[in-house]
Design a protein around this ligand. Structure first.
Ligand code: G3H
Ligand code: ZN
Length: 284
């Protein structure tokens, strides 16, 4: 069933689990992720980035996941990820996305609040949830690029003001994770996370989940992290599975679905593993 981000994250803090948020770029990874959620009896968030929306088309990206969600006996949230373009966000809300992320993290504090508020005010009447980022997550993810620098980490003291004035449903925090492949082992600032958790009830989001060690995920969830984003690992898995399919299938094989099943299987396995680590198995 299709649900909002607010609904899907509502019990995460009280019950001590995190919901996996996975980037999809096509039908096969989306299908694998939803199948993983059904097998794990876990809530799940499917995220389309601006690049993915450009590639698939907004309506196609939305309808495909809506149909998968309608058939799934678990909560599924359809989320627009890292959107910097407010017009695109409005189109996504109208197209039935149940959650959008406004990424105004490159703007200064007051402008970030102003743009985030505009999105919240637009999305509310549609019953669509809003995530926004405070501080800047380092690394590179499609059009989003930032330095991995402590000066960009979320300042705990800003959090109550930001959450209160914007009315957001989830807050993305910069605490040491990075987008894309890690060049070195991530060093998460757990003290900072602890302070943020103490200062707000707003569900928190960890970006840059690919390559984060299992123990770090578990610590974050235990401390109160609600949503965990994973993208690069699925992209790499998708590509690896395609190569494997071409190697393993006989040259005579001409049905594309017999190649794509490798992709579905691989993306499903990646998502299942993460759901188990985040503790969302059995939480649907
Ligand atoms: O918003 C998407 C994520 O933060 C994914 O990050 O590609 O490093 O896993 P990742
Ligand atoms: Zn991200």
């Amino acid at each position: 069933m299709l649900v909002t981000l607010k609904e899907i994250l509502s019990k995460t803090r009280t019950e001590g689990y995190g919901v996996g948020a996975f980037n999809y770029n096509d039908y096969e990874d989306a299908k694998g992720i939803v199948e993983a959620a059904v097998e794990e009896d876990a809530p799940v968030i499917l995220m389309a980035s601006m690049g993915a929306v450009k590639y698939m088309g907004l309506k196609h990206a939305a309808e495909m996941v809506k149909e998968l969600a309608e058939k799934a006996p678990v909560p599924v949230c359809l989320h627009l990820d890292h959107a910097t373009d407010v017009d695109l966000i409005k189109d996504a809300v109208r197209a039935g996305f149940t959650s959008v992320m406004i990424d105004a993290s490159k703007l200064d504090y007051e402008d970030n609040i102003r743009v985030t508020k505009e999105v919240v005010e637009f999305a509310r009447p549609y019953g669509c949830s809003v995530e926004s980022e405070l501080g800047t997550v380092g690394g590179k993810e499609e059009q989003i690029e930032a330095e991995d620098d402590v000066s960009g980490y979320t300042r705990p003291e800003d959090v109550p003001d930001f959450v209160g004035r914007t009315g957001i449903d989830a807050l993305a925090v910069a605490i040491g994770t990075c987008h894309g492949f890690y060049k070195k082992e991530p060093k998460i600032d757990f003290d900072r996370l602890g302070k943020i958790v103490e200062l707000t009830d707003c569900p928190l989001v960890l970006h840059g989940g690919s390559g984060v060690p299992e123990e770090d995920f578990k610590t974050c969830v235990k401390m109160g992290m609600s949503k965990i984003n994973v993208g690069t690992e699925l992209k790499a898995g998708f590509s690896r599975a395609l190569r494997e399919a071409v190697e393993k299938e006989p040259k005579e094989e001409f049905d594309p679905r017999n190649y794509m099943k490798y992709v579905i299987r691989t993306c499903k396995a990646i998502a299942k593993e993460k759901m188990q680590i985040f503790g969302s198995t059995g939480k649907a």
